[in-house]
Design a protein around this ligand. Structure first.
Ligand code: NAD
Ligand code: ZN
Length: 359
């Protein structure tokens, strides 16, 4: 078991352990919630909802609310339906919501928890690898039509309970997607995460010990960054490494159902390539060995047909941008990220060269 504490306006603990769901009632005792609603999705519910309910029903009035799986659930209609459900069941300010699921469930349930009666109890129980990122840091949100995360709050959970045994049922596609955020974190702080993940060549062969340590180190990176910039005034934007091009790929290639992590992995490679070019590094971040490792792990690093113009257009909408330029997160060195702004023309040329290198 590993425990971390995130310091900030509302400090909270993150507990990382195998089988943690069987001791959930113990972990929640200090909060004295009077009633609990478990929000989960239709794919997670058949695996874990009963486990949780049977543990909690001995001490609490327990309700559950199951949403359809996937990004489409992060909308205003689901938000409203859950609020109705809570009020019909007389939830009050001493009640709590447990988000049992991936980033979609966590973001939606957290946004409800932050809004209902101006804020009720909120517990994160991540069930995807990606949610080691999304469940930490207090960002909760829903989408507005096609604008992602545009309606949201900063609302820290009371506690994050990460039972990584639940990752056993996650598809390899989703595991790979979440691992991209681990790779991202590994570049943001100097060792030891980078060395630890270099040992991984096959996700199915990872031991519990490895998973627990890698998860803990990856969360630690995020924790150290958000503690210095809880409300994303400046430093926190380095967590966006890989996401300028990543988000653009997700929007331009939406018909191919590219996962977030797969898009971000190409985005990370692009930011590494940019770092090499800007600093004329002799010891480049972007090299054949890295491409080989990522391919071994199953990442597809090429797109069916590169639409550079559309990607640049999409990158213009990135939230880090100011005054018509495009901002990317680069590395000065291992563990030393910084934001760098490019003109549209300059970035276009670099993207074309990057694509040539990848092909
Ligand atoms: P997700 O919640 O949709 O989960 C991915 C898929 O895995 C879903 O189909 C889900 O049903 C399934 N699943 C989840 N756990 C499972 C398990 N244990 N076994 C079997 N299947 C399981 O998506 P995600 O990738 O976890 O998260 C993506 C979301 O996170 C996006 O909406 C993104 O905006 C958000 N996000 C938020 C933050 C933040 O700081 N709040 C950060 C990064 C991403
Ligand atoms: Zn991401």
């Amino acid at each position: 078991m590993n425990k971390l504490t995130v310091h900030g306006t509302r400090p909270y603990q993150i507990i990382i352990d195998k089988g943690l769901r069987y001791s959930i009632a113990e972990w929640l005792k200090p909060f004295r919630f009077n009633k609990i609603a478990i929000v989960t999705d239709e794919q997670v519910a058949p695996f874990y909802l009963l486990d949780l309910k049977s543990q909690l029903s001995q001490s609490y009035d327990v309700f559950d609310y199951v949403i359809p799986e996937g990004e489409k659930s992060k909308n205003i209609d689901q938000f409203e339906s859950i609020i109705t459900f809570l009020s019909e069941n007389y939830f009050d300010r001493h009640s709590a919501i447990i988000a049992l699921g991936g980033g979609v469930t966590g973001d939606l349930a957290g946004f409800v928890a932050s809004s209902y009666m101006r804020g009720i109890g909120f517990v994160q129980m991540p069930t995807t690898l990606l949610a080691h990122d999304s469940s930490v840091g207090g960002k909760v949100a829903i989408n507005h039509h096609y604008i992602k995360n545009i309606i949201g709050h900063f609302y820290s959970p009371n506690i994050v309970l990460y039972d990584y045994e639940m990752l056993d049922t996650l598809s390899s596609l989703q595991f790979r997607s979440g691992f991209a955020e681990v790779v991202k974190h590994s570049y943001l702080m100097p060792d030891p995460l980078h060395e630890m993940i270099a040992e991984v060549n096959d996700f199915t062969q990872m031991t519990s010990y490895e998973i627990e340590n890698i998860l803990t180190q990856s969360i630690l990176v995020k924790k150290q960054i958000i503690e210095q910039d809880e409300y994303e005034q400046n430093l926190r934007q380095v967590l966006n490494l890989g996401h300028t091009l990543g988000h653009a790929i997700e929007s331009v290639y939406s018909e191919y159902k590219v996962t977030h992590g797969e898009a971000v992995m190409i985005g990370i490679l692009f930011d590494l390539y940019l770092s090499d070019q800007v600093q004329k590094r002799r010891d480049p971040f972007f090299h054949e060995g890295l491409l080989h490792w990522l391919t071994t792990l199953g990442y597809s690093l090429n797109l069916a047909e590169w639409r550079c113009d559309s990607l640049i257009q999409a990158m213009k909408h990135d939230k880090k941008n100011q005054t018509g330029n495009i901002t990317c997160i680069l590395l000065e060195n291992m563990g030393k990220p910084y934001a760098k702004t490019f003109s549209i023309n300059e970035l276009n040329k670099l993207l074309v060269k990057f694509v040539e290198r990848l092909n």
